[in-house]
Every structure is written in structure tokens, then in C-alpha cells.
Design a protein around this ligand. Structure first.
Ligand SMILES: [Zn+2]
Length: 234
């Protein structure tokens, strides 16, 4: 089987052969929760499509996103490796399919297969780097460049059609809805995207990247250094 998930696609034939019998495909719908704060999880997810959001939920309402996982990653690797709780809320932000495996099964396989262990720990290092970058980005970068960065990354992992409302985008980025609306209008005017009926359609990804803060390239660089080139593109 050819996997659309980049972590699974990078495994050797032997490693894939060992893990494959324990994987099943599930469909995950937008809004589903994969984890509550400080909770035990029982499954590890390798998305083939769709997007997961790591969010910090704030007292009094609201939730701010700290990291995005798509077909470039995995959710639950750290918990499988060290049997710890998940600290974050993890939500399905965009519906899609994932390969899922029992957490303890994956832990046992990771103990036997150094390549699998390396892939899982490598992704967790990247995820931490992504969250750190989001913290710095939210503190110092302007809303327009942050939105461009976010949309560019979403395009990388989910394609040109993003079924997202401006309200959702504002909440995930921790900014006012009116600010997102104003920026979306200028991006639309400048030919970078089209927005209609709850769908953002990316029209000019290069221009979007040119207008993004450096965090876009920094996070992409982190991924390349730690995980490597996209095996699905080569
Ligand atoms: Zn930034």
C-alpha cells in the first residue's frame, strides 16, 4: 500500500511491513476531539488527509492554536513512546482520513524498530519547534503576515481549497474577527485568495509566501532538517 502520510511513507519496506497489519483507516470529521488536556490517549493517528490542530483552551472561552498536523506528521507519538498523557487539546480542524494504531502496539513496535522510533521522536522534536515558533510569532509578528504564514502552511498540507470560516481562523490565531476580515479583504483584493461561503480558495500561493512572516520558511526548514524531503514528491 502507498501511504499518503509522510511519516509512514518514509519507513523502510521492512518497517512498513511490520506496522501495516496493525493499522486501520478511519475517517475523522471536523470538530472531533482526539484528546482532552492532560488525558490519556489510546490511539495514535497518522493523517493521510485533513488537518489536526493542537490548541490551548483558555479559561473564559476561546482556544488558540499552537501547532498543525497534517499528512506530514502524526499525533500521539510522544505518548506512545513514554506512556504519558497528552497535554493539549487536539481537534480535527479539517475532515480527512488517517491510519490509526493502538498506542501500546505502536510502543512495542518502536522498541523493536529503531527506524520507526527515530521517525516518531524526530516528528515530536519538530512539533515542539513548531509550537515554539508559534509562540514567538503570535508575540511579535503582524496579523497580516501571520495569516499569510498560516494559509501557506495549510496549503502545503491540505491543498488549495480550505473549508474554513473567518471566525474559526480568528479564534485559532487569537485575533479579533474584524482584523481577520480586514486582512482577508486585502488578500482577496491582491489576488492571493478568494473567500466565499465558508471556503478559502488559495489563488496565488507564491505571493502568499512572499507576504508571510519568516516563520513559514523557518518551520518548513525545521521539518526538512529533522525529517527530510517529502518522499511523496520525489
Ligand atoms: Zn511569524
Amino acid at each position: 500500500m502507498t501511504y499518503q502520510n509522510q511519516i509512514l511513507a518514509r519507513l523502510t519496506d521492512n518497517e512498513r511491513g511490520r506496522i501495516q497489519p496493525h493499522l486501520s483507516i478511519v475517517r475523522l470529521e471536523r470538530g472531533e476531539r482526539l484528546s482532552e488536556p492532560q488525558s490519556k490517549i489510546s490511539k495514535v493517528y497518522f493523517p493521510h488527509s485533513g488537518v489536526f490542530s493542537f490548541v490551548v483552551e483558555l479559561p473564559g472561552g476561546g482556544a488558540v492554536e499552537t501547532a498543525i498536523v497534517g499528512n506530514d506528521g502524526v499525533f500521539g507519538a510522544a505518548q506512545a513512546l513514554n506512556d504519558q498523557v497528552s497535554l493539549n487539546s487536539v481537534l480535527v480542524q479539517m475532515s480527512g482520513e488517517a491510519s490509526v494504531i493502538d498506542l501500546y502496539r505502536l510502543r512495542d513496535l518502536a522498541l523493536e524498530l529503531p527506524g520507526l522510533r527515530k521517525a516518531l521522536t524526530g516528528y515530536e522534536v519538530f512539533l515542539f519547534g513548531q509550537a515554539q515558533q508559534t509562540g514567538a510569532c503570535n508575540a511579535v509578528h503582524r496579523v497580516r503576515e501571520r495569516i499569510c504564514k498560516w494559509l501557506a502552511r495549510m496549503q502545503d498540507i491540505a491543498g488549495d481549497e480550505l473549508p474554513l470560516t473567518q471566525e474559526f481562523l480568528a479564534q485559532m490565531m487569537g485575533v479579533r474577527r474584524t482584523s481577520v476580515g480586514e486582512v482577508a479583504q486585502t488578500l482577496q483584493r491582491d489576488g492571493m485568495l478568494e473567500y466565499s461561503r465558508g471556503t478559502i480558495r488559495i489563488k496565488d500561493g507564491k505571493k502568499l509566501r512572499d507576504n508571510a512572516c519568516d516563520c513559514y520558511a523557518d518551520v518548513a526548514g525545521h521539518y526538512k532538517v529533522i525529517i527530510g524531503d517529502d518522499p511523496l514528491e520525489t
